[in-house]
Write a protein that binds this ligand. Structure first.
Ligand SMILES: [Mn+2]
Length: 355
């Protein structure tokens, strides 16, 4: 179902499906980020309070469990984010009767878990919680709030709004949902509303160690990340007034030993520079071609300081995200070709949005 407009009926249907399910798997997306893991473990805690047996299954855990061959596309879990996550009791869920995907906007985000998710959807046993503008993942029920900062805030709205004010939140709920909100707002630099701050205030009240979250997300970078960001600052150039682009090739990244996680913040860091209103960080990545061989494509991550909407640049190029933080993947044979795809769209949008 489409489910872009949430109704009381949808909420009721979701609560009923959860009520009758006992054993739940939660799938965060591949290339885990703070919102994906924080939302997954926060939701686990919420459902455990309701007496459910819940297991968060990342792509990596799934690969281990199913003995899936290492195909080179399974990223290591971002250990640093995980160190700030409270995972609770380790559970091993069998006889699963419900799968919930969090923060996952389309099929590709579930990686090798997609087949199982689809078979559960055929049986009417899946839910998606998400905040991406366009959610294309098929599920029994889709609860989408594209105007919210993070998937965690969607969970707050659905599961915590009607709790009594004096009712305490467990540290596991508070810590994980707050971590997710910090991560997806770039510690309140984009995508937030007044309501995001309200939720953060409530969560912080019950969060045992806010500082630990901040440290895990922002104060602890690998040597590879530091070397690569140096290269980003060295090479970034202004393509239009206030619009800066930086590019790292696969060779750059591999020589430094960088991971996806290391480069997660680069477009934000570019934006934290005088004179940069819009940043675009581009990196070359490996991709699997249809015939099974390996190809290359270019991942673009854009940020905006101003009122400029970068989603309107990324969306026509097949991507998405939010007004201040968006991304897309360019299927190009070279970086020059990727620039030829991206720059005209930036130019066109600048002209359009200036009006
Ligand atoms: Mn998110």
């Amino acid at each position: 179902m489409e489910g872009n407009v949430n109704s009381g009926k949808l909420e009721q249907d979701i609560f009923e499906l959860i009520d009758k399910s006992n054993n739940v798997w939660i799938f965060p997306h591949i290339n885990l980020d703070g919102d994906a893991v924080g939302s997954a473990y926060g939701l686990k805690a919420i459902l455990e309070e309701q007496g459910k047996t819940v297991e968060v299954i990342t792509e990596k855990m799934w690969a281990i469990r199913t003995n899936a061959p290492e195909n080179g596309f399974i990223e290591a879990d971002p250990v640093k984010i995980m160190s700030a996550v409270i995972t609770g009791e380790e559970t091993f869920v069998e006889n699963t009767d419900l799968i919930i995907a969090v923060d996952s906007a389309d099929d590709t985000r579930l990686g090798i878990r997609l087949k199982t998710f689809k078979s559960f959807t055929e049986q009417g046993k899946t839910i998606v919680f998400d905040h991406h503008l366009k959610n294309k993942l098929d599920a029994t029920f889709k609860y989408l709030q594209p105007e919210l900062s993070s998937c965690a805030e969607v969970l707050c709205e659905l599961f915590l709004k009607n709790r009594a004010k004096e009712e305490q939140l467990s540290p596991m709920i508070a810590n994980n949902l707050l971590l997710a909100i910090f991560a997806d707002t770039g510690r309140f630099m984009h995508n937030y509303t007044d309501s995001t701050f309200s939720w953060a205030t409530l969560l912080a009240k019950y969060c045992p160690d806010v500082e630990k979250i901040i440290k895990a997300l922002y104060k602890s970078k690998s040597i590879a990340a530091r070397r690569l960001v140096g290269k980003v600052f060295e090479e970034m150039r202004e393509v239009f007034p206030g619009v800066w682009i930086a590019y790292l090739s696969l060779k750059d990244v591999e020589e430094a030993g960088g991971t996806d996680y290391d480069m997660d913040s680069f477009s934000n860091e570019m934006l934290e520079t005088d004179g940069v209103d819009i940043s675009a960080f581009i990196r070359e990545v490996r991709t699997a071609l249809e015939d099974g061989s390996e190809g290359r494509c270019f991942k673009v991550s854009m940020r905006s300081n101003s009122d400029f909407n970068v989603r309107d640049i990324c969306a026509p190029l097949g991507g998405g995200g939010h007004a201040g933080a968006s991304g897309c993947t360019l299927e190009a044979s070279s970086i020059e070709e990727a620039y030829k795809m991206l720059l005209p769209v930036i130019e066109r949008e600048m002209a359009k949005q200036k009006k």
